[in-house]
Design a protein around this ligand. Sequence first.
Ligand SMILES: C[S@@+](CC[C@H](N)C(=O)[O-])C[C@H]1O[C@@H](n2cnc3c(N)ncnc32)[C@H](O)[C@@H]1O
Length: 271
Amino acid sequence: MTGLAPQPNRTGERYGERLFSHQRPDEADRLQALAQALDPHTFRRLDRLPLREDWHCLEIGAGLATTVPWLAERCPRGRVVATDIDTRLFPDPAARNGWEAMSHDVTRDEFPEGAFHFIHARWVFSHLPSRDADLRRVIRWLAPGGWLLIEDLARFPLESSPHPLYRTVSLAMCDALEKRIGTDSVWARGLPSILHTEGLTDIGSEASADCVGPTPMGRFWQLSAAQLAPDLHGSFGIAPPQLDQLIAEVGTGDLTDLCLANVAAWGRRPE
Ligand SMILES: C[S@@+](CC[C@H](N)C(=O)[O-])C[C@H]1O[C@@H](n2cnc3c(N)ncnc32)[C@H](O)[C@@H]1O
């Protein structure tokens, strides 16, 4: 392993086209592990927002749609819409109680201005090269007085990891994502400022970080590393046996450390 610098050129590949495709046999498992790690933080944050029974809510890039039943339960007289560019991993229609599924590309498809009282997106925008413009459009879909909660990944806990190999490999994973699909693993750190610049009020923010090890976040890290193995070897000089050993150590708990942070920021569109 040499810690080679990433090449600045991008492939033009988008999230889910090949990397993290929902057609991969292990992708539901990877997203389930992510949801198990993040849902408790999300539900705690949602609990603090003043959602009303008749609100119209939008969940963008819902993945397995694990957060959506919570919204449907809180807003039984409203409308809850869950979107994704690929809805194949959503629960079957019979299991969708009180919410609608929609194939929708947040970088291209629209909703009417002011259509929703609450919008949530988790670990979606960092993967979109047009993230700033997309977020600006999404904020226009908020009704006056409506709330946005956005949560996204940030690499800062990895940069100070005391485990040299884990630090090198995890940061190379972030760089490989940037190179392959344009993911920005720093962007979310600036979310409070971004929401302020976009004119939201009542802004709040916090970050959480879960541990790798025999944990849901560890499983998510392992499955992400396995998908990125050819990039880590080809572009960053990380030899497959080294990666395999690190993946095994995470699984046994011989390596326990913080993973990516989950930066949350929320704010209200002015009345
Ligand atoms: C890392 S997963 C997160 C899933 C879910 N939000 C969660 O936190 O459990 C990213 C999700 O964003 C979706 N996605 C990626 N690009 C998208 C786009 N342009 N429009 C809508 N969804 C998109 C992916 O299909 C995937 O389900």
